[in-house]
Design a protein around this ligand. Structure first.
Ligand code: BTN
Length: 239
């Protein structure tokens, strides 16, 4: 396994994807950077991270016979890996907010962006992008964000954290789909609790998160008992 350490790049996801498409790389090759100039977040958002303070990495997973229909398994694998590492560090009140934000209480400490390279209907390469807030303490520009330093009161070593994340990832790639789903649902934020959401037209509605369907959509029980699947564009969970 190799780790490519950069001082700065636009996005580790983009860097790793371009490299993986232009040459043969080992499975679990890592690109990490001190500074991301155009860090990519979910739904076209930007991921901001102070230089050198946080884990800003992309990890390559080479896949064979991994159907794109099962792509949500990758979200489960990465979020459970981070969850476990943070749990072992005694980070309080951890959960995974669908699809893959890692929260402590209602503060986000890690964002995950998975970008896949397909060959037909199969995922050939998965770029697992992880932005974990570690030693940054000022989040003026980001709402509801926190870091391990703020939560645990100490600086942590970024290389040690990366090693722990890689070990967990490797083990989660070995477990069954059923087990993955069960473990994911156990840590899912606000599962079985009445919650408020916003829909596409910014209207609020209430419902209860009951799970995730096979394609990775969030299953919300609406008033009257109807179970409706939503994708990321279709709803925003408020609380
Ligand atoms: C989110 O919006 O929550 C996802 C954020 C993902 C950020 C990470 S940082 C390393 C990797 N490279 C990127 O450009 N984005 C991901």
């Amino acid at each position: 396994m190799s780790i490519i350490k950069l001082n700065a790049t636009d996005s580790t996801n983009v860097y790793l994807k371009e490299l993986a498409l232009s040459q043969q790389l080992d499975d679990f090759t890592v690109v990490s950077t001190e500074l991301q100039r155009k860090g990519r977040g979910q739904m076209g958002s930007e991921w901001l991270s102070d230089k050198g303070k946080n884990l800003t990495v992309s990890i390559l997973k080479k896949l064979s016979a991994f159907h794109v229909e099962n792509q949500f398994d990758l979200n489960c694998i990465v979020s459970l890996s981070i969850y476990d590492v943070l749990h072992e560090l005694t980070v309080p009140n951890l959960s995974v907010k669908w699809p893959n934000d890692i929260l402590s209480g209602n503060q986000k400490i890690c964002g995950i962006l998975i970008e896949n390279v397909l060959k037909g209907k199969l995922i050939h390469l998965a770029i697992l992008g992880i932005g974990l807030n570690v030693n940054q303490t000022d989040f003026q520009n980001v709402e509801k964000a926190s870091s391990l330093k703020l939560l645990l009161g100490q600086n942590l070593d970024l290389d040690e954290l990366l090693t722990k994340v890689l070990d967990k990832l490797k083990s989660y790639f070995l477990i069954s789909r059923e087990e993955l789903k069960t473990l994911y649902l156990k840590v899912l934020f606000r599962k079985d609790k009445p919650s408020t959401f916003k829909d596409l037209s910014n209207r609020s509605f209430t419902g209860i998160i009951r799970g995730v369907d096979p394609s990775g959509k969030l299953l919300v029980e609406l008033e009257g008992g109807l179970l409706k699947p939503f994708d990321l564009k279709e709803l925003k969970l408020l609380y």
